[in-house]
Design a binder for this molecule. Structure first.
Ligand code: CTP
Length: 397
């Protein structure tokens, strides 16, 4: 997927993140897009027109009343020729103007004249972002079908920490690619479980596993990029929350089951979570203390619910149920046994005989159904996700 042949009108408004617009132009062009920049007066305080025009290899439009620009390309044409208008960074001020239809400069006039897709990547101080005025303006824009990309969480140039950070240029390019990608799963609902579960032993200790959640999250993102309405139910992971889907964070297997059931009905369900098979029989209400002379500790465990098996046997069974399995030997036979026991349609069998998979960037899997087994080469987890989603698209009516 590339942005070849796509024209993006990039409106750069005021804010310290405007300097990142330079990288964004480069990355969009690397992906094949042609970029036409529009710079607001505020934006021009942070980045020069020369930088943007040199990187975009296009003139930069700034002034609504400049005869030269108007003669070359009026704001109506600017708005209409673009396949996407991307406002990045979008300041609180420009967002407010958009929400209220104000037109006192070229950027806001062009936005009011637009009749195609528009996306904004907000960037501002966290308190400005959280202000009910900004939130109401953003809600208005979303209602009108404008895409809101970000803002992200993190430390800000102003020294504060919170939500308001400009999305990284690479993430904005990924969003742009996803925006233009075909949407074969539009109208389909998908459930993905991901990550480990944490089963509490006492208020400060849990029984956990090393699942990173990367594979599950990559699948959720690939499903969302294909147009599915995705609910990601994830155990505790150390990953940024993926955009464009409903994320339900959980701790335990019981919570994961409840959240997965609440996400039904779904057309597609992918169970990538490494669910603890067992949980402590009792959870101590106070921290367990060492007792003098004690050298051993034993605990009793009880079985956790099998989330995949429960949902694959439920009344509202999703049309396609995909499980994962970690196998060290007889990969296909074991996976087919698991598939039958759990009533799954496919099992993505991980060959873990060569060593650890958890936390690695790559995965070597075999896609197993009742009839056949397809061994895939070693791929990145993103590639595994894309290939799996491709298979899902082919299999659905
Ligand atoms: N699974 C689940 N709920 C559980 C246990 C597993 O939903 N309580 C799902 C996992 O998300 C995965 C598949 O079932 O899709 C894995 O099944 P499991 O029987 O745990 O297989 P392995 O992890 O390979 O472990 P083992 O072979 O030891 O049973």
């Amino acid at each position: 997927m590339t942005l070849n042949g796509k024209q993006i009108l990039l409106i750069v408004s005021g804010g310290i993140a405007a300097y990142k617009a330079a990288v964004l132009v480069r990355r969009l062009k690397d992906a094949g897009a042609s970029v036409v920049p529009v710079l607001t007066r505020g934006g021009a305080q942070f980045i020069t027109p020369l930088t943007l025009s040199a990187l975009a290899e296009n003139p930069v439009y700034e002034d609504l009343f400049s005869l030269k620009d108007e003669a070359e390309m009026g704001h109506i044409r600017l708005a209409r020729e673009a396949d996407l208008i991307l406002v990045a960074p979008a300041s609180a001020d420009l967002i407010a103007k958009m929400a209220h239809g104000l037109t006192d400069d070229l950027a806001s006039t062009t936005l009011l004249a637009a009749n195609g897709p528009v996306a904004i990547a907000p960037s501002m101080n966290p308190v400005m972002w959280a202000n009910p005025a900004t939130q109401a303006n953003v809600a208005t824009l979303m209602q009108r079908g404008i895409q809101v990309w970000g803002p992200a969480d993190g430390d800000m140039a102003c020294g504060e920490i919170g939500t308001g950070r400009f999305e990284e240029p690479e993430d904005l390019v990924a969003r742009t690619l996803a925006f233009f990608a075909p949407k074969p799963l539009a109208g389909k609902r998908a459930l993905v479980t991901s990550g480990p579960t944490h089963e509490p032993i006492d208020p400060v200790r849990v029984m956990a596993n090393r699942s990173s959640g990367q594979q599950g999250q990559a699948i959720a993102s690939a499903l969302a990029a294909a147009g599915a309405e995705v609910t990601l139910v994830t155990g505790p992971v150390n990953l940024p929350q993926p955009p464009g889907m409903t994320v339900v964070p959980v701790q335990t297997a019981d919570q994961m089951l409840a959240a997965a059931q609440a996400a039904l009905p779904a057309d597609i369900a992918v169970f990538a979570a490494a669910v603890a098979d067992w949980k402590p029989k009792t959870t101590a209400t106070e921290k367990l203390k060492k007792v003098g002379g004690q050298d051993e500790l034993s605990m009793s465990f009880v079985k956790n619910p099998d989330i995949l098996a429960t949902i694959a046997q439920a009344d509202h069974r999703p049309a396609l149920v995909v499980g994962f399995a970690a196998e060290t030997e007889n990969v296909v036979a074991n996976a087919q046994g698991k598939l039958a026991r759990k009533n799954a349609d496919w099992i993505v069998a991980n060959d873990v005989s060569g060593g650890a998979v958890f936390g690695e960037q790559t995965n070597t899997v075999t896609l197993v159904s009742a009839q056949e087994a397809e061994a895939w080469p070693t791929l990145t987890k993103d590639q595994v996700a894309e290939r799996l989603v491709q298979k899902i698209v082919e299999s659905l009516p």
